[in-house]
Design a protein around this ligand. Structure first.
Ligand code: NAP
Length: 244
């Protein structure tokens, strides 16, 4: 039977690469996005070109009801969800002393509350079927902390904590929960960085370069696969050695 994956924030960047990789692995893929319909349609067209089943689902992951409706729509169209990838994310650089409560809340809403809403919506069916997999996309900054990104680092650290605790709780139900914690990856999220900034990051990185979205997708595909059947509650960190 075709396995079904829901990937949040799959219109662009890392999420899009995950969607394409999972489609190649044989999954029917639901591509969630928030605003960029053009990018989502383009990702969907690539899936169709592979001859793979898929669907686009617009939903803001910060809205619990929208997430529940999205999960219901995916289950109706593609079947029960076997794999959830919590990838949707935003980034922002701001001094902690300039950070507003609204900026703080939005960061937590997208990364932490979003992952809570999606996971709560898919888990009842996974628990009934005694099978399923959740992969959270964190960040090396959630492991080490980034100056001027305290809210982002906090949200990503929370995702790592959620991964570990949820893995313990749902492991007995046959569900694995893991985390992929990327280093600096060339996507729109890095659009604000100058060529000099990127060169400086590459210089600090033992593998001497930034990562590619496809390299994060490969880590997700591994953790989702049967090769990772005894791995749960772990943080896999494709970061070129920047954080060891
Ligand atoms: P990106 O290119 O900016 O793409 C972000 C994606 O998230 C888009 O698909 C966007 O949808 C979606 N999104 C944003 N807010 C959303 C919301 N409220 N509801 C639903 N979808 C939403 O970012 P990326 O670099 O691929 O990052 C993907 C994940 O990896 C994020 O969690 C990020 O924190 C993490 N990460 C990235 C890096 C990096 O260096 N790039 C490093 C470590 C971790 P629209 O297209 O509709 O806007």
């Amino acid at each position: 039977m075709t396995r079904v994956a829901l990937i949040t924030g799959a219109s662009r960047g890392i999420g899009r690469a995950i969607a394409l990789r999972l489609a190649k692995e044989g999954y029917a893929v639901a591509i969630n996005y928030h605003q960029n319909e053009k990018a989502a349609v383009s990702a969907g067209e690539v899936l169709t070109a592979f001859g793979k089943e898929g669907m686009l689902c617009r939903a803001d992951v910060t809205r619990e009801n929208a997430v529940r409706e999205m999960v219901r729509a995916v289950e109706m169209r593609l079947g029960p969800i076997d794999l959830l990838v919590n990838n949707a994310g935003i980034a922002e650089q701001v001094l902690f002393t300039d950070l507003t409560a609204m900026q703080w809340k939005k960061m937590m809403d997208v990364h932490v509350n979003g992952a809570f809403y999606t996971s709560s919506a898919v888990l009842p069916s996974m628990i009934r079927r005694k099978s399923g997999c959740i992969i959270n996309i964190a960040s090396m900054w959630g492991q080490t902390g980034a100056s001027c990104e305290v809210h982002y680092s906090t949200a990503k650290a929370a995702l790592i904590g959620m991964t570990k605790a949820l893995a313990k709780e749902v492991g007995p139900s046959g569900i694995r929960v893991n985390c992929v914690s990327p280093g600096a990856i060339e996507t729109d999220m890095m659009a604000g960085f100058t060529a000099e900034d990127k060169a400086a990051i590459a210089e600090e990185t033992p593998l001497c370069r930034l990562g590619k979205p496809e390299e994060i997708a490969a880590a997700v595909a591994f953790l989702a696969s049967d090769d990772a059947s005894f791995i749960t509650g772990q943080v896999l960190a494709p970061n070129g050695g920047l954080v060891i």
